[in-house]
Design a protein around this ligand. Structure first.
Ligand SMILES: Cc1cc2nc3c(=O)[nH]c(=O)nc-3n(C[C@H](O)[C@H](O)[C@H](O)COP(=O)(O)OP(=O)(O)OC[C@H]3O[C@@H](n4cnc5c(N)ncnc54)[C@H](O)[C@@H]3O)c2cc1C
Length: 380
């Protein structure tokens, strides 16, 4: 028998973006149904590296990133756990004079956003952070840090449920139709009527955008990660490299999480498998920088599916074709840190039709619209 639900807001996708929006909307007293085709937080939001980093973001993301930055230390109050959030600082290293010049330019460009970036020379890198091999300097952002994505993503969905949201897992949305009053969603044996729909379906959100005449050049990417056995503490900061190639953090238990390569997609592009040469490359690069990693055992590797946009900025904001539809996807490898801020922004957009945080740069209208909506979704 079909279960019928009538609510103010239906949210497609229970990653950190959808779950934090659900929690914020419940805080405003709106009725919310959060639907996920699997388990909330089981995709990118729960398997990512765990970097909670503002440094390196394009300036247009920084107001939103700063909003999220204020939320992270409040997780215990908000979702009942601290998510192992550590304000360790984020250190971005430069391997060449050109990379150092790029870090210097970035520090000057984002100075108005008060990230308090500190440019650091080679000697200080060694003295303060114990890092020497192959790098000439770096840029340190003391307020950035890291957290445990496995804990944070599911805890947001749990908090939304406790706050009164209807959270439906293993419930894939297969069709969304605009009706006179709002939207009708089909999801297996559940039929949802909602005034507003949030499309936070991560790497699958392009299907919903296309169905409403808004095709986007979303590409699925598959970052891969490695974690080592617990080691004595040697890395007190979250480290990245200008130009990419490797990032690493050590958790309180001693394990070191390292990323920097891409996995290979499987036949079902929802899933991927880390390539063994990629895993070896990550560990090789990491051990050149950090001596203690030279003889460390890697105990697990994994990968996740991420929605990447060509300009590396997300799509956040109202649909240009369909009143009541709001998009939030395409976080391009950097959505973990900003998601709690995005959730608040989405809730404001639903309640007020606008938000106090600048999001114009993320409008879906930066991509050309389709001449006709695509109804392929109803057959998915
Ligand atoms: C390996 C990896 C490392 C990363 N490292 C970092 C990092 O260190 N720092 C950082 O800031 N960001 C990082 N990211 C990016 C970050 O994880 C993502 O940008 C963020 O989690 C995106 O959240 P989301 O809610 O949009 O997507 P997701 O977490 O993917 O959630 C989308 C949800 O939608 C659901 N869904 C899809 N289709 C449907 C449907 N038809 N019906 C119902 N539900 C549906 C999915 O099941 C999924 O749960 C990383 C990503 C990966 C993969």
């Amino acid at each position: 028998m079909t279960r019928r639900i009538d609510c103010d807001v239906a949210i497609i996708g229970g990653g950190l973006v959808g779950s934090s929006a659900a929690l914020a909307l419940r805080g405003m007293g709106l009725s919310v149904t959060l639907l996920d085709k699997g388990f909330c937080g089981a995709q990118a939001s729960g398997v990512n590296y765990g970097g909670v980093r503002r440094q390196g973001r394009p300036p247009e993301q920084l107001p939103l990133s700063q909003r999220a930055h204020a939320i992270w230390p409040q997780l215990a109050r908000l979702i009942g756990i601290d998510g192992e959030f550590l304000r360790s600082g984020h250190l971005k290293l430069a391997r060449s004079a050109a990379d150092m010049a790029s870090l210097e330019r970035y520090a000057a460009e984002v100075a108005p956003f008060a990230l308090d970036l500190e440019l650091i020379g080679h000697n200080q890198l060694r003295e303060r952070f114990g890092i020497a091999g192959g790098v000439i300097g770096g840029s340190f952002c003391p307020g950035d840090g890291h957290a445990n994505p496995r804990l944070v993503a599911t805890a947001f969905a749990g908090a939304a449920r406790r706050a009164g949201a209807e959270v439906l897992e293993n419930t894939k949305v297969t069709g969304v139709t605009r009706t006179f009053e709002g939207f009708a969603l089909e999801a297996g044996d559940v039929a949802v009527k909602a005034r507003t729909v949030i499309n936070s379906a991560g790497a699958w959100a392009d299907n919903f955008a296309r169905a409403f005449g808004e095709p986007v050049p979303l590409e699925r990417t598959y970052p891969s990660m490695v974690v080592t056995e617990p080691l004595d503490p040697f890395l007190g900061v979250n480290v990245g490299i200008e130009g990419g190639g490797i990032y690493a953090r050590q958790v309180t238990r001693g394990n070191v999480v390292v990323g920097g390569e891409r996995a290979a997609p499987l036949d079902d592009p929802d899933y991927s498998r880390p390539r063994s040469d990629g895993v070896l490359a990550i560990m090789q690069r990491a051990s050149e920088l950090f001596g203690p990693l030279r003889h460390a055992q890697a105990i697990r590797f994994w990968s996740g599916t991420e929605a990447t946009m060509p300009d590396r900025n997300p799509v956040i904001g109202p649909s240009a074709t369909t009143p009541g539809l709001i998009h939030a996807f395409g976080f391009s490898g950097a959505g973990f840190q900003i998601a709690p801020g995005v959730g608040e922004v989405l809730a404001e957009l639903v309640r007020d039709g606008r938000t106090s945080t600048p999001i114009d740069a993320f409008a879906i209208t930066r991509f050309p619209p389709a001449s006709q909506p695509d109804d392929a979704l109803s057959s998915r």
